[in-house]
Write a protein that binds this ligand. Structure first.
Ligand SMILES: [Zn+2]
Length: 264
């Protein structure tokens, strides 16, 4: 019997994504650093929280170009503390306002304060949200089983250098792995944060075997992989989606071309 796993675009086995919340002015320095190192991030923004320490709405599109803009509630609401219909309104209105500036559908969300319960998670798909990030560090390199409870690997101050080194040192992989780092750019002003993150980006950036992706790019790619249809004896795969998917097949890398049936 063949051993088959979906892997990452262009036959890679490693993906790196970062996620930063609240849209503070330190995002400017952060985006410059990420762009220099070719690393992609998702920025979770509160469209109704404006002030001198926040990135103004009119700057969203040019500043975050090439990265993902995701929702974080208009006023940074505690989603389990707020009445549910009002929590829903905070999500939908944030999407609407962000989309007005980005000119693209906003489909990601990060739970403010990490607050989530079953009722909150269950309503998000009806509000157009496809994935939502928690604040529960796993210390692992796995992909989420439940996209509405997407637990990151580590916070920027939770052994970042250790997790980065461990991720880089893994070789001979069969299954794909994901390093997911989250935080707030304003936190970097304390505790030697900028030096720490600059070191991390220098080490992790520019690697040919790493896929640098935003959260929604990972979601979309994994959804395409989840739609692959395999023949019963695993000698063919049909890819009904509009994007190529890659597979590990007994030590070989196979591209399952978009809209095609591919022999394995
Ligand atoms: Zn926040």
């Amino acid at each position: 019997m063949k051993l088959i796993y979906p892997i990452l675009p262009d036959g890679r086995f490693k993906a790196l994504t970062l996620s930063f919340d609240d849209g503070r002015v330190q995002d400017r320095r952060l985006v410059t650093l990420l762009n220099r190192c070719g690393i992609k991030a998702t920025f979770n923004l509160n469209s109704g929280e404006q002030g001198e320490n926040r990135i103004p709405l009119c700057e969203y599109a040019p500043l975050y170009a090439g990265h993902e803009i995701a929702a974080h509630g208009v006023r940074h609401p505690g989603m389990t503390a707020a009445p549910l219909p009002l929590a829903a309104q905070q999500v939908l209105e944030d999407r609407r306002a962000l989309e007005h500036h980005t000119q693209a559908p906003v489909r990601g969300f990060a739970y403010p304060y990490g607050e989530v319960n079953a009722a909150v998670a269950a309503m998000l798909p009806a509000l157009g949200i496809r994935y939502a990030r928690t604040t529960q560090d796993t210390g692992r390199f796995d992909f989420p089983q439940d996209w509405l409870h997407w637990d990151p690997t580590c916070h920027i101050f939770n052994d970042l250098a250790y997790h980065g080194g461990k991720f880089l040192s893994r070789t001979g992989l069969r299954k794909p792995m994901l390093l997911y780092v989250w935080g707030h750019s304003y936190e970097l002003d304390e505790n030697n944060g900028w030096t720490l993150l600059e070191d991390f980006c220098r080490r992790l950036g520019g690697q040919t075997d790493i896929w640098y992706a935003t959260n929604i790019e990972i979601y979309d790619y994994r959804q395409a992989c989840a739609r692959l249809e395999f023949s019963a004896d695993a000698d063919r795969v049909y890819n009904p989606s509009c994007r190529d998917c890659w597979l590990y097949v007994d030590g070989q890398t196979v591209r399952a071309a978009a809209g095609q049936t591919t022999s394995l």
